[in-house]
Design a protein around this ligand. Structure first.
Ligand SMILES: NC(=O)c1ccc[n+]([C@@H]2O[C@H](COP(=O)([O-])OP(=O)(O)OC[C@H]3O[C@@H](n4cnc5c(N)ncnc54)[C@H](O)[C@@H]3O)[C@@H](O)[C@H]2O)c1
Length: 259
């Protein structure tokens, strides 16, 4: 029960990695706010967690909308108390090189991945300051560290989140709030399935993703959730301003010899 007594908010928790993190946090004793766009999808995750004897509450919101975010954070805190674990996980991923990305997609990506993070943090941090305690985790990506082709704007936002994690760790260090960033490699998730389904040769591409990671496969949702759990817990009490690469060695491998 590594999160016993803690109240956690997970954004983008209706599916994929966010859903896995919400389950993991609840298994370890946290009361978890399930935030995502769709109330019904959020409630489904709440029901799953409740069935497993955990505590969760549906707090749907579009994280790019300040009114919705503030109302959802207030609802969660009224129900469970002050949020001391914040998992900023929700994101969107437009594909394409920079000049191929429509302005509308660029604006939406920044609105969710960056403005959304700003809004949720701004709503949650006053509570953390009032109790001088908190762990904030931003979900970045190895795309924020490496020049992987074809996802320019998404990568730009993930690099920004890594920078934000560092600066927040120093801004709030004396007030008991730790901030860290997690950068997964490719993870076997609905986001990956959607991406592969839109490609002409999905099986071949899936194998390429496996081969790209030195460990020889893509990661699992559970492997990402376990690292987030550690960072959320008091076991990570001296860990702040770090970026955890959960990528099977991908970001550490240099140039590979070509056949
Ligand atoms: N899947 C991967 O391979 C991979 C790799 C590296 C990083 N990541 C990161 O992990 C996180 C989760 O990815 P995933 O694969 O589970 O993606 P996903 O698309 O399956 O889930 C993202 C969730 O965020 C929600 N969301 C989107 N916009 C929102 C908004 N405005 N307000 C509230 N919720 C919103 C979606 O509805 C969805 O449920 C993202 O930050 C992603 O960038 C994923």
């Amino acid at each position: 029960m590594r999160l016993e007594g803690k109240v956690a908010l997970v954004t983008g928790a209706a599916r994929g990695i966010g859903r896995g993190i919400a389950h993991r946090f609840a298994e370890e004793g946290a009361s978890v706010g399930i935030m995502d766009l769709d109330a019904v999808a959020c409630q489904t995750v709440v029901d799953e967690i409740t069935e497993a004897e955990g505590n969760a509450l549906e707090v749907h919101a579009d994280i790019s909308d300040p009114t919705q975010v503030n109302a959802a954070v207030a609802k969660l805190q009224e129900h469970f108390g002050t949020i001391t674990v914040l998992m900023n996980n929700a994101a969107v991923m437009p594909a394409g090189a920079l000049h191929e990305t429509p302005l509308e997609d660029f604006d939406r990506c920044l609105a969710v991945n960056l403005r959304g993070t700003y809004l949720v943090c701004s709503a949650v941090i006053p509570g953390m300051l009032s109790v001088q305690n908190g762990s904030i985790i931003h979900m970045a990506s190895v795309t924020g560290l490496l020049g992987l082709p074809g996802i320019a704007v998404y990568s730009m936002t993930k690099g920004a989140l890594i920078a934000l994690g560092r600066v927040m760790s120093t801004d709030y260090a004396k007030q008991g709030i730790r901030t860290n960033t997690v950068s997964p490699g490719t993870i076997d998730s609905p986001m990956l399935h959607d991406f592969l389904a839109a490609q002409s040769r999905p099986e071949e591409l899936r194998q390429e993703f496996n081969d790209m990671h030195p460990i020889g496969r893509v990661g699992t949702i559970q492997e990402v959730a376990n690292v987030c759990l550690f960072l959320a817990s008091d076991e990570a009490s001296f860990v702040s301003g770090s970026n955890y690469e959960v990528d099977g060695g991908l970001s550490s491998k240099g140039e590979q010899p070509q056949d």
